[in-house]
Write a protein that binds this ligand. Structure first.
Ligand SMILES: NC(=O)c1ccc[n+]([C@@H]2O[C@H](COP(=O)([O-])OP(=O)(O)OC[C@H]3O[C@@H](n4cnc5c(N)ncnc54)[C@H](OP(=O)(O)O)[C@@H]3O)[C@@H](O)[C@H]2O)c1
Length: 260
């Protein structure tokens, strides 16, 4: 256990996932302080874990924590963070999406050690990959315990991984589109879903297996010359599928970088 007291300002979905991961056995923190908003999540965590304490307010979280996570939505971040007093040298990890580091520093005011991170819900099962910026040994150790930490050397790298992390809904959206198509063609929806979920799970497992074959090699390996897989991928590309995906990523990167 390397961090004694951890705090969360904002007790929403990502805080719940992180607390579950941090306090799975063996626990990574001896105390976790959460803010009282989203009372139902805070109450569930307190019921389940003896190490969780519901703070009086956000300042109480900051005051009791060695490492403070900012886990509020971007829309309220300025108002919430500016109202807080941090200690010089305190470790602050911002999970707030699409928010400039410079702006965060100004709202925080004190000379804290500021790191940004993009945890994904899979941290709850200690299987989340988390981009962090700038590199930091203590924060990387924490996220390595919750899965895998990827330490970004530059703001650009971090923004690019943030853009890639926005693929989650599309991944499931593609699965849903196949299930809907199967249903339209006469297959019971539940049967389609029961087939597609393990198919995609096996493919993801293959991509993530030791040895890390390039995706391009996997795509070729799974496309027999003149076969069905090759036909679908080729049609998808010709009809603009890959161009649409690239444009969507360009768009989300522009938003992350504050260009639109
Ligand atoms: N979910 C993810 O997978 C994920 C991944 C990476 C980063 N993030 C980022 O993490 C942040 C939180 O995301 P989330 O998905 O956890 O959002 P969420 O479920 O909406 O949680 C946000 C929390 O902030 C609370 N809150 C609102 N105003 C507050 C205030 N003045 N003081 C204290 N707490 C306040 C909300 O309480 P009420 O419910 O009472 O309003 C809620 O508990 C966002 O910036 C998001 O971009 C999320």
């Amino acid at each position: 256990m390397t961090v004694k007291a951890i705090g969360f300002v904002g007790t929403g979905a990502i805080t719940e996932a992180m607390v579950r991961g941090l306090l799975a056995e063996p626990a990574y923190a001896s105390e976790i302080h959460v803010s009282p908003r989203s009372a139902h999540i805070a109450a569930t965590l307190v019921d389940e874990f003896a190490a969780v304490r519901i703070a009086k307010d956000n300042q109480d979280v900051v005051d009791h924590s060695d490492m403070v996570f900012l886990a509020i939505r971007p829309q309220v971040a300025e108002e919430v963070v500016q109202a807080l007093s941090f200690r010089d040298g305190q470790m602050v990890v911002s999970l707030v999406a699409a928010t400039e580091r410079q702006a965060l520093s100004e709202w925080i005011g004190a000379d804290v050690h500021l790191v940004q991170a993009i945890p994904l819900p899979f941290v709850a099962d200690r299987q989340g990959v988390t981009a962090i910026y700038p590199p930091d040994t203590a924060v990387a150790a924490l996220f390595d315990m919750l899965g895998t930490a990827v330490q970004c050397q530059s703001r650009k790298e971090y923004d690019l991984l943030a853009a890639a992390s926005a693929m989650m809904s599309t991944y499931f959206g593609i699965m849903e589109q196949v299930a809907v198509w199967l249903e339209r063609c006469g297959l019971e929806k539940a049967k389609g879903q029961a087939y597609i979920a393990p198919l995609f799970a096996s493919l993801a497992q293959k991509a993530n297996s030791p040895g890390n074959e390039p995706f391009s090699a996997l795509s070729r390996e799974f496309a027999t010359k003149g076969g069905l897989n090759e036909q679908v991928f080729s049609d998808f590309e010709k009809k603009g599928g890959l161009a649409a995906l690239t444009a969507a990523l360009d768009g989300v990167l522009a938003r992350i970088e504050g260009r639109n």
